[in-house]
Design a protein around this ligand. Structure first.
Ligand SMILES: [Zn+2]
Ligand SMILES: [Zn+2]
Length: 160
């Protein structure tokens, strides 16, 4: 039996404009119409609302992974800054390009997420830091710095 997108009336074909998951979750519109719908939704939210949604998603993910989450969403909203705590570069949390975005990061390792233990980093710094604590990250950077300094001549001027 053929099914049709309730929004644009195109035939729903699994693997083309419809997925197994769409069937499972009882979706009634094709992928294209679903995407347009969520783009419309995200335009309706202002920066503060999107920030709260982002924080709330991140906290629930941490809870699911077994972390103890302290504080309210308001407390986390107050920690927000769009300047990277490490390199100082400003970022847009919702940039289309994920390399230009930033994210909330835990300062020290451990099983607790609290407003006192978070900072906001640009994507590049966060990628480099990975799951290190700030302290471990600093040690890592210092190691790179001193190694590069020793080798800088041959690395910067490989032919000289
Ligand atoms: Zn459609
Ligand atoms: Zn940075």
């Amino acid at each position: 039996m053929k099914s049709y997108c309730r929004t644009c009336n195109d035939e729903l074909i699994i693997g083309v404009n419809f997925t197994e998951a769409d069937v499972k979750y009882g979706k009634v519109s094709c992928r294209k119409c679903q995407n347009e719908y969520s783009r419309g939704l995200s335009k309706k939210f202002n920066h503060d609302q999107k920030l709260r949604r982002k924080i709330s998603t991140s906290l629930s993910e941490h809870r699911l992974r077994g972390y103890e989450v302290k504080g309210s969403i308001d407390d986390y909203v107050k920690t927000f800054t769009n300047q990277c705590a490490f390199c100082g570069e400003p970022f847009d949390l919702f940039d289309k390009n994920r390399y230009k975005r930033g994210s909330m990061d835990r300062i020290s390792n451990g099983n607790i997420v609290s407003p006192q233990n978070v900072q906001w980093l640009c994507h590049k710094c966060n990628l480099t830091k990975q799951d290190r604590s700030n302290e471990e990250f600093l040690e890592y950077i210092e190691k790179i710095y001193s190694e590069l300094k020793k080798k800088s001549k041959s690395l910067i001027f490989p032919d000289s």
